[in-house]
Design a protein. Structure first.
Length: 659
């Protein structure tokens, strides 16, 4: 049973770039210098506070931020965040970069007793409230690292949240980058694409968890957080798909780094670190090391008007907001990020873990959080200096192995011992987490429940990522890709509503697609993507051979940059032979000599009925499918449309007979 939401249970974030800061738009050099002065003043004030011990100590709190996708009845992203926020009318819910994302920020809880089951109650409550508001707008809420049905066409600026700060961020990142953003992944499939804005960042949703630490123990515990993030992520991966491609177990990790990578080619050549990173070394003594390094490495991309002089605030015996420092910190995306905050008049430090994906269910998220918190507490008691027993490069490599391979990744642990992630978690880390939670006074029933979920998930190898891949494999090629991805998303939603952990879920099946017609509305949903092409300068014999080998009647012609420039048809080859211009083995005739230039084409968003009408009107047997830059992305033929018609007719007969 869900716990009703309580007044004050939600809070605004005070560490991210999109909190309550009034970000300047289009700041000039003078404003930039003033902001930098304020930023350095904040660092100086923080140093004074650390020297004087002006931080809350002896209290351990945990917190969380829940990001969500908004989808329509077919499981596709729907840009309704602003309408839903208006219905919720609660400052604890806030926008994210895209209008199909939503975030809820939970109030912190003292780490002890039943805090974990209360965290689950809180999460269920905020998701339920968001779902109620979403249903009133005709949509749904889903928790997943990357939405399976997301398409690149969903990631345009028209779907960016209408807040000037987001557009300022996009402009600043593009200016630093000096052009478009390139994305390259290799997994089971490969993805190589370019995007002209930062909206691919919005393809990621996460479950961010916070762990409050004392200022004197920050370095020790931050290093431990770095050490354990790899194996905790391996047990929690839930983002195996991006734009229909099977990539990493936690594709979010690579996608987030590339989506806000503002480095120029020169920066990359010099080995400069991206804004999203794991880091390069252990820290030695203080949180100041991180803040100073990030100011030195990364240019300011957003600015605000300065607060009151933080030293003057300190002189009055009050704690400064350090807004400039927090804003800049929010534009540098460490997977374990240091956070400064003020709660009830007391300053504190937190470690924010940003690596965990949203989903696959609320109880799975809390189980992963329990594993992380337990390791922080358990290792915090046993290991005084992780740098003495573990190389930083091993911690970083473990993190990358987890993102790429999940539980199958190879990991190097303390004293150079090597394990698979699955072995490391079962043999070494779960007992440590259990001990840590018990030492912190966590309720025994909660420890057994949440760590038991992690244990079963790991033992069975059934992470959220593996469930998605198993579901796709079980569907095979029985339906178009679009229908399979919609089925996967709808199944994900239905299983989340049960409240059961992912290791108990059965794979998705096609009966859950919710409407076969929805997979044939636009040509991009069923077009052929594995297209064989030729270049204008190629010998025409190659085009003829491709038609013979692949049993096709049309071969698109593209230039060296993948843009459609022509089409060779079986009919044009016959005309060529009839004129006696082609002899076997001859290289005298080039494709450009016979191709139809600038052929009729359509976009992936073209409605199917419109494509049929275009083919009829122009009397063509195929339509190349191109994007806005004339890049060839697929092809549809008369045969495809006949097959679609047969499928639709067969399904119609089945429905009629069932009635």
């Amino acid at each position: 049973m869900r716990t009703p939401i309580r007044s004050g249970m939600l809070r605004r974030p005070n560490s991210g770039i999109m909190g309550e800061h009034k970000v300047r738009e289009g700041f000039d050099d003078e404003q930039l210098r003033r902001f930098m002065v304020a930023l350095l003043a904040d660092v100086s004030a923080l140093e004074s506070m650390l020297d004087e011990g002006l931080f809350e100590t002896g209290t351990r709190r945990i917190g969380a931020e829940q990001e969500m996708f908004l989808v329509d009845g077919e499981g596709r992203p729907v840009p309704k965040a602003m309408e839903i926020l208006e219905r919720l009318h609660d400052p604890g819910y806030t926008t994210e970069l895209a209008r199909f994302n939503l975030e809820a920020n939970l109030s912190p809880r003292i780490f002890g007793g039943d805090c974990l089951s209360k965290l689950e109650d809180d999460l269920n409550s905020v998701v339920a409230r968001a779902l109620d508001a979403a249903k009133a707008e005709g949509c749904e809420v889903v928790l997943t690292g990357i939405l399976p049905t997301l398409r690149q066409s969903d990631l345009g600026l028209e779907n960016m949240t209408p807040n000037p700060r987001y557009f300022t961020l996009n402009s600043a990142m593009r200016a630093l980058r000096g052009g478009n953003f390139d994305f390259r992944f290799k997994g089971v499939d490969e993805l190589d694409t370019t995007h002209d804005n930062v909206m691919l960042e919005s393809a990621n949703t996460s479950f961010q968890i916070h762990f409050q630490v004392g200022h004197t123990e920050f370095a020790k515990l931050y290093n431990l957080a770095q050490a354990i993030t790899g194996p905790v992520l391996a047990a929690s991966v839930n983002s195996p798909l991006l734009l229909g491609k099977r990539l990493w177990a936690e594709t979010r990790v690579g996608l987030f780094q590339q989506s806000v990578d503002a480095r120029t080619q020169s920066d990359m050549a010099r080995g400069r670190r991206p804004r999203v990173s794991f880091g390069d070394h252990w820290i030695k003594s203080s949180v100041l090391e991180i803040f100073r390094e990030d100011i030195a490495r990364f240019r300011v991309v957003l600015a605000i008007d300065a607060d009151e002089d933080p030293q003057a605030v300190l002189a009055r015996g009050e704690m400064p907001a350090l807004s400039a420092l927090r804003l800049h910190n929010g534009t540098v995306y460490r997977w374990n990020r240091p956070c400064y905050g003020v709660h009830d008049g007391k300053a504190h430090l937190r470690i924010e873990n940003r690596a965990l994906p949203a989903g696959p269910s609320v109880v799975d998220e809390v189980a992963s959080a329990a594993f992380y918190f337990g390791l922080m507490a358990g290792l915090g008691e046993k290991c005084e200096d992780v740098s003495e027993v573990m190389l930083f490069d091993h911690a970083k490599a473990n993190f990358i192995a987890a993102a790429r391979h999940g539980l199958k990744g190879s990991m190097t642990w303390f004293d150079g011992k090597e394990f698979t992630a699955q072995q490391l978690i079962l043999d070494e880390l779960l007992p440590l987490a259990d001990e840590g939670l018990r030492g912190a006074g966590i309720a025994v029933d909660d420890i057994d429940r949440y760590l038991g979920i992690v244990e079963e998930r790991v033992r069975r190898g059934r992470t959220g990522a593996q469930w998605q891949l198993d579901s796709l494999n079980s569907m095979g090629d029985q339906a178009p890709e679009d229908q399979r991805l919609r089925t996967l998303t709808r199944a994900l939603i239905s299983r989340q509503r049960t409240g059961t952990p992912v290791h108990e879920w059965v794979p998705a099946h096609l009966d859950e697609s919710g409407g076969w017609r929805q997979s044939y509305l636009k040509v991009g949903q069923f077009m052929g993507k594995d297209v064989f092409t030729v270049r204008p300068e190629d010998v025409v014999d190659l085009a003829a051979s491709l038609m013979d080998w692949r049993h096709v009647r049309h071969v698109p012609v593209e230039d060296s940059e993948g843009r459609l420039v022509g089409l060779v048809s079986h009919r044009s080859l016959l005309r060529l032979v009839g004129k006696g211009l082609r002899t076997r083995g001859s290289a005298s005739v080039a494709v450009r000599d016979i191709m139809k230039k600038n052929p009729v084409s359509v976009s992936p968003e073209t409605p199917t009925l419109e494509a049929i009408e275009i083919m009829r009107r122009h009397r063509v047997g195929c339509l190349p499918v191109v994007d806005a830059d004339r890049q060839l992305v697929g092809i549809i033929t008369e045969a495809d449309l006949i097959q679609v018609s047969a499928i639709l007719f067969e399904q119609h007969l089945r429905e009629a007979s069932a009635e």
